[in-house]
Design a protein around this ligand. Structure first.
Ligand SMILES: Nc1ncnc2c1ncn2[C@@H]1O[C@H](COP(=O)(O)OP(=O)(O)OP(=O)(O)O)[C@@H](O)[C@H]1O
Ligand SMILES: [Mg+2]
Length: 339
């Protein structure tokens, strides 16, 4: 598989050695400016709160359609209230890159907690550190300072218990859709029978049935991204990271993928962090939209969408609170020039 993850890249430490230093006090930035746009009952302190009953978001308990069959149609208790750590924790994170030519502070003072099963969309100007943020969570980068936690544990190296979907599907041309999906199992030495059953479930869930044996060049862009999504979900990761996964798709296919991602998220219970440049995509899919500032990127505002997990695309887009949320994000991003 082509590696466009930037794996192995290290951000410099405050003292240039990549070590973590004194940790700032934990807090959730943007809470001061947190806004709720949906119809959730007021007084909900949930940082999302639509996750499955399993507060750990732990791997094998995340059954797909063949799991416990529970649908995520009702708001649930969130992990934080149950005393378990958030699925994702960022505490005062700063990332500075240094090369011979230049020094760039990509992120500064980024703090955020994400509950198990929550869907977070991250928007911000180009170059504000969104991809850097996902790479930190995947353990592909070390922060210059601050703390990156998955399920309460510091991330200390490349993580195998996450799924990652990139802007380009990065499929192997000589492998069928099914065998591209199963690549994940081979890399992780998953038992063959279980992997094949899971692949079949995902193929059905993402509407790829009938195309299992097609090669990438025989698939549309949207289908290729679905294969990439299936591959990322094969090992039932509790956390799925997506970096502009639909950026290369036409508007209609993107809309369809948005609907499908919402369904896959509900059916798997995975915690999702999605980086996108599409404001409407962010507001439709997310429990909370994290708006970032221009570089050095930090959290400017967190917008609570308050939508029910199952949401009709057209109806949601037509709701006044949806329009208010998208306007707010647009206003925050307006004037924010990226590079
Ligand atoms: N490995 C690296 N070495 C040096 N600088 C880097 C590295 N990775 C990222 N940067 C710098 O860090 C900053 C943030 O980059 P990043 O890719 O995270 O931005 P982004 O928000 O994902 O942008 P875009 O929306 O264009 O994808 C940029 O200025 C970039 O040049
Ligand atoms: Mg990026």
């Amino acid at each position: 598989m082509r590696d466009d993850t930037g794996a192995g890249v290290r951000a410099v430490g405050e003292d240039g050695d990549g070590e973590r230093r004194g940790l700032p006090e934990a807090r959730v930035r943007g809470d001061g400016g947190k806004r709720e746009y949906g119809g959730k009952p007021s007084g909900s302190a949930s940082p999302g709160g639509h996750g499955r009953a399993d507060p750990t978001g732990g791997g094998s308990s995340h059954g797909g359609p063949s799991g416990d069959g529970e649908r995520r149609d009702a708001p649930r208790e969130d992990g934080r209230r149950r005393g378990s750590p958030p699925a994702v924790g960022l505490r005062g994170v700063r990332v500075r890159f240094r090369s011979r030519q230049r020094e760039v502070t990509a992120l500064t003072d980024v703090s955020l907690d994400v509950a198990a099963g929550e869907f977070i969309a991250i928007v911000g100007p180009s170059g504000c550190g969104k991809s850097t943020l996902l790479k930190l969570l995947a353990g592909l980068l070390t922060p210059t300072s601050g703390e990156v936690l998955l399920h309460g544990e510091p991330v200390r190296g490349p993580r195998h218990d996450i799924g990652f979907v990139f802007q380009r599907a990065a499929l192997l041309e000589w492998r069928s859709a099914r065998r591209n999906i199963l690549l994940q199992a081979e890399m992780r030495r998953m038992p063959g029978g279980r992997a094949r059953r899971r692949a079949d479930e995902l193929i059905a869930m993402t509407g790829l049935a009938g195309f299992e044996d097609a090669y990438p060049h025989e698939l549309s862009g949207g289908m290729q991204q679905r294969v990439a999504l299936c591959r990322a979900l094969l090992h039932q990761p509790p956390v799925l990271l997506m970096d502009e996964p639909f950026g290369a798709l036409d508007a209609l296919t993107r809309e369809q993928m948005n609907r499908e991602l919402n369904r896959v998220w509900r059916e798997t219970g995975t915690t999702v962090l999605l980086v996108t440049h599409s404001i409407s995509e962010a507001c439709y899919l997310a429990d909370r939209v994290v708006v970032m500032s221009p570089r050095p990127g930090t959290v400017t505002e967190v917008i609570e969408m308050g939508l029910a997990p199952e949401r009709d695309y057209t109806q949601t887009m037509g709701r006044p609170e949806f329009a208010r949320a998208t306007s707010r994000v647009r206003a925050l991003l307006g004037g924010a020039r990226g590079n």
